[in-house]
Each structure stands twice: as structure tokens, then as C-alpha cells.
Design a protein around this ligand. Sequence first.
Ligand SMILES: Nc1ncnc2c1ncn2[C@@H]1O[C@H](COP(=O)(O)OP(=O)(O)OP(=O)(O)O)[C@@H](O)[C@H]1O
Length: 724
Amino acid sequence: MSILDLKHISKSHTLQLDQSDCGPSCLLSIIKLYKGNSSLEKIRELSGTTKQGTTMLGLYQAANQLGFNTDGCEADIQSLIDHKEPVILHTLNENKLEHYIVCYRYDEKEGFLIGDPAKGIYSLSKNNLEKLWISKTCLTLKPNENFITKKKEQNKQRKWFINLLKDDYKLIWISILLGIFVAGLGLAMALFSQKLIDNILPSNNINKLISGIILLTILLFARVGISVLRQYFLLRQSKDFNNRINLFFFSSLLHLPKSFFDNRKTGELVSRLNDTQRIQNVIKLLTSSLIIDVLTSIISTIFLFTYSWKLGLICLISIPFYFFLIYRNNKKILCSQKEIMQSSALNESNFINTIQGISTIKIDNKQPLFSKLNQHTFANYQEKIFNLGKINISLSWQSGLANVVFVIGILIYTSILVFEKEIKIGELMAILAVVGSLLPSIANLALITIPINEAKIAFNRMYEFASIEKENEQGVEIFEINSISIQNLSFRFAGKSELFHNVNVKIKKEKLTAIVGESGNGKSTLGQILQRFYDYENGNIIINNQYDLREIQLESYRNILAVIPQEITIFNGTVIDNILVGTESKPEEILNFVREYGFEFYFNQLPQGLTTIVGEEGINLSGGQKQIIALARALYKKPQFLILDEATSAMDRNTENFTIHLLQKVKSECAVLFISHRLNKLKNIADIIYILENKTIAKSGNHEELMLTNNFYSNYWEETIRGK
Ligand SMILES: Nc1ncnc2c1ncn2[C@@H]1O[C@H](COP(=O)(O)OP(=O)(O)OP(=O)(O)O)[C@@H](O)[C@H]1O
């Protein structure tokens, strides 16, 4: 079947969930058309989609990252006809709003076959398309060797999962083996009751009765023992698996690039921790009750066949019926489970957001608004649970009804067989006992798709983590930094316009380099690029006149880099814990450091000095105190390169002077990059000041040099002096 077949196009076409989603939906439709796999969420992230929508550039970047050779161009109707592959068109809809659509193909009779994410598939004549496609801009896409098809991805997923389970194989096999015994022994009672009624009781043989009861007791005890042993093995497997998957999840998470965290809600990340539990629950279910249910169904059906082939046949016929019942609802269940997970993440995220913003909420008296918001998101979450519950209830009454009909049918049929003396009463009892255990087993087997689906969603969400490219950690080891030369650097966030271009900055050891400029013009981002949080588009960052920053081994680079960011994180623990952050150190070493660098004065003001518990579980610190701890943390590393991003913004004058003094002292051992608004302090400490203005470095020089011309820095001084 050609990929441009109408049936395939209709199947792969994706409708938008939100007005802003039209661009990502078009791209997703084309990915599916080429038998690939992605999600709106991922495309939104890669394309930098916001509530305002997606830029053509954003779509272009996302398509490139998803394995397409992409070209953004202007075209006309004729070239669209000549281009034989699907294209994304930038149009204006009937409300004159910007909108993306897919143009799949052209045919003389039908016109253009259009995939509209807001409406679906339809045809448009040349004239009508001309009216919509005013900008004449479009995006051509052709999958390249990096394009991953759904099949390839599923293979990778399978391998990943098998790898995760590898260590559990032994325990799982033992549990299955024990399960076979448990299922087999389950029939012992039915068989014994038949023998009891048909043979032992009529024969009045007391010895037979006693030995039968003893044998049954042994079998039942053995069953209990084996069940317990099995439960223990499964429990152990569950503990090991949970530990392993949690470790995997956490270590994967910590190695993901910073941009991954920029676009995700904390609640969503927290809810992913529960995914490990969901997967584990299903593994437990599969290796415990599923295997018993399968075996019970097989053994019971064989058992029934041995009594009467008609009975066996009735059972065999009933099995597909149960499965059909569940299969019919499968899609609904899957959607419902997905919705529950999404609204649970939203709910958690809303809760965390509210707690974090409690001061603002209180000061603006916004409690009613946030209560309402919480009520709304929680009610939405409960509604989704309710919806799944309704599907489950509907399934359970349907299967319950089928059970009753089935049991009554078997009862009538076996009673007739007894009347006709084809089977004995004991056999009837045994058949009813076996059917009694067979039906719940079949129902369980059919219902197993529900938790399996749930685990499948959880598994896909977890695999998303595993498949995201980690930070590139390989490269040349580095132990010293003498110079950093930023050359013609250009950068943009995904789908956004350029934040800066052609930036040139030289940072040297023993020098303090300052970067100043208006708020929001990218100073912190430049600092973060130097921390290797973001990759850059064009230009180079050359370390020690030798290596590009991207060629350097990440761990060795970050070992010699220290940063005091704008937002300081204080971990739960003592002040010492917060300075060391896990670095092994002797108490006298840290005491000497504190004394030598003059931090003693500040830490002695805390109730228990260096051993004061801080962070969420300890005392509240002022902004200035946090900055002092962050400064101590950074300097204790004895860095080769120190970045300070508004690191003194919350400090009082004396503390700021102390910090400036310290910086003058430490700069003899490292290169310092100082990003600040506090221009007055730079006069005495900055060796060179760069002014970031209009997306590039507008001017640079020391205080005296900058004061000679009219610029952002000299204007500040003019105003201050005039203000005095
Ligand atoms: N992860 C991100 N994704 C998209 N845009 C971002 C991201 N981080 C920052 N920005 C945007 O980049 C621009 C520059 O931000 P940045 O924090 O670098 O400015 P700044 O010059 O340091 O500002 P300030 O002086 O106020 O700290 C801002 O418009 C900001 O909204």
C-alpha cells in the first residue's frame, strides 16, 4: 500500500487537541504517515510551541531532530502540484488566524488532498487553496536515515525491557514452576469429592476413606506450602526489580540535559516515579495469578473433556466470548487510563506549584482562587477515575451475567447426563467444582488486559526517559582552565528567535570578567551555555586555546567549574552538608576553610553555627545567607572557573564588600565570570566588562575605557553621579 493511499492518510492524520497544536499535529501526521512514532507532547517541546502556537522555524527544528531532511521555503501552487510528497503549509483560516495544514497530494479531478488538524481530511480546489495559503510558505519533509519507524522503536523498547528483567529470570521461572504445582493441586479437591461420592462412600470401606483423607490432607498442605514459597519468591523479585528500576529511573533522569527539565512540570516528573510501581504490579500479576489462571483453564478444560467432549467444547467456546467482551472495551479502557495518568500529573503539579507560591498567594489574598483551581483539577482527576470505574462496572456485569448463564447451562446439561446415567452424581459435583474455578480464571485472563494496558502506558512513559539522548559526557579530560574564548557565538531556544548572535568574549585566569546588560537579554543563558546546559547553534567556545567546549569530558569540566546561580538550592542537612554536597572531607579541613576565607563571622550567626540544620527540614535562611552558603560551596571546590550570576543581589553592603574582597583574593587561582546588575561594584573589581546589548556584545573594556564613550555602563555612572 502506498503511503499516499487515502486509507493510510486518514489513519495517520492527527487532530489537534488545542488551538496552538496545529503545527505539531501536522508534523505528527506526517511522522505517522511514514510509519514513525512520536507524540504531540514531544513535538511541542522540540518546536518550542507556546500558547500562541508554533513558529515555522520551530517546526523546522523539530522535524530535523525527528529524522527529516527539512526545507522551509516559499512556493506557488504549481510547485506544490509538482512536489510529489506531503508538505506542511502555513495558511490563514476563515477567522484570519494563522493555521498549519498538510497538503498530501494533488489530483486533477479532486484537487489538493488536505489534512487539516482542526477538521480532518478534505479536498480543496486550486482557487480555494490559493485563498487560504496567502503566505505561500511551506515546509517540505523527507525522512532520512535518522528517522525511526514505529517497528524499530518497538524492537528497541522490547530489548530495553528484556534487559531490565534479565536479572529476574531465575526467580520468575521458579515462580512459574511452583505455579504449575499449585494449579495442578487445585484439582485435587474436585477429584477427591468425586471419588468420595461415587466410590468410597457407597463401598463403606473405612480404610479407603482414611487413606483418601490422608492423601488429600498431604496434597492440600503441599499446596499451601508451595503457595507460600511462591509468594516469597515473587516478593523478592518485586523488591529487586523495584530497586533496580528505581535506580535506573533516577540515574537516567540525572543525566538528562537541562533543557528536558525546563519544559516539564515537577508534578509530572514526580508522577513518573509511580510508573515503576505500575510496571512492577503487572509483572507480579503476570508471574503470579496469570500463570495460575492459564494453567487452571488448561487443566480444567482437559478435565472436562475427559468427562464429556461436549462439555469441553462448551468451555472452549466460552473463552473467546469473554475475550471479545473485554476487547470491545479495550480502546476505551486505554484512553481512560491515559487520561487518569495525565490528570494525576496535572493535579500533583498544581499542588506543588501552589505550595511553592504560598507567599504570593497569601499576600494577594488569592486563596479562594487557588482552592478553586485545586478543586477543579482534583475533580477532573476524580472524574477520570470515575469514568474508568464505570467501564469496569459495565464489564463486570456483562461477565457476571455470562457466568450465570454458563453455569446454569452446564448444570442443566450435566443433570440430564445424570438422569440418563451417563455420569454419576460424584462426577456432576466434580464438574461443577471445576467449572466454578474455571470461570473466574477465564474472566481474570480476559481482564488482564486492563493492568497490562496500564503498564504499557507507564512503560512507554518510562521508555521516553530512557530514549531521550543523555548529555554527551565523553571527551578530553581537563584539569586546568587558563582561558575561555567565546567566538562568534549564536544561540536560540527551540522555536524562538535568536537570543544573541556573534558574541565574542574572552575570559582569562587571574582576571575577573563581567557581563552586564538589560534584563532578559541572555546573560544568564550565556552563563548556562558555559556550564554546558545548552548547546549552541553557531560559533565556538575554545578552552585553553586548544579544545572546543563540546570536546571536553563533561565530568572533568564540571569538576573544575563552580557556579553561584541566581536561584540557590539549599539541600536538607547542615550548613556543612550544604557546603560539601557529598564531597568527603575531614572536619578540620572544612573548619580551616571557613576560617581562612572569613566565613566564620556569617556561620557563627546561625543558631548552631556550621551544624545548623537548613533546607526544608531546618531553619529558614535569608536570601543573603543562602548566597553566602552558595559562595562557600563554590569556593570549597577550589574551581578553575567560577561563574557568579547575580550572586550578591540579596546581600547587604558589608556582605557584598566581603564577597568582592574574597573574589579579588581567589581570582589569582581561577578565571571569574561575574554577571551582574550591580554596576557600581564593577569599577574596582572587573578587569574587563562586556556589555550585552541588542543581541550581541555592544562594547567592552575596563571601567575607564567604557567611561570614554556613551554606552549602557557609562550611562549608569552618569545617572548615578548626577543623582548624587
Ligand atoms: N529554558 C528556556 N526556554 C525558553 N526561553 C528561555 C529559557 N530560559 C530563558 N529563556 C528566555 O531567554 C531570555 C533571556 O533570559 P536570561 O535569563 O538569560 O536573561 P538575563 O539577561 O540573564 O536576565 P536577568 O538579568 O533578568 O537575569 C528571556 O527572554 C527568557 O524568557
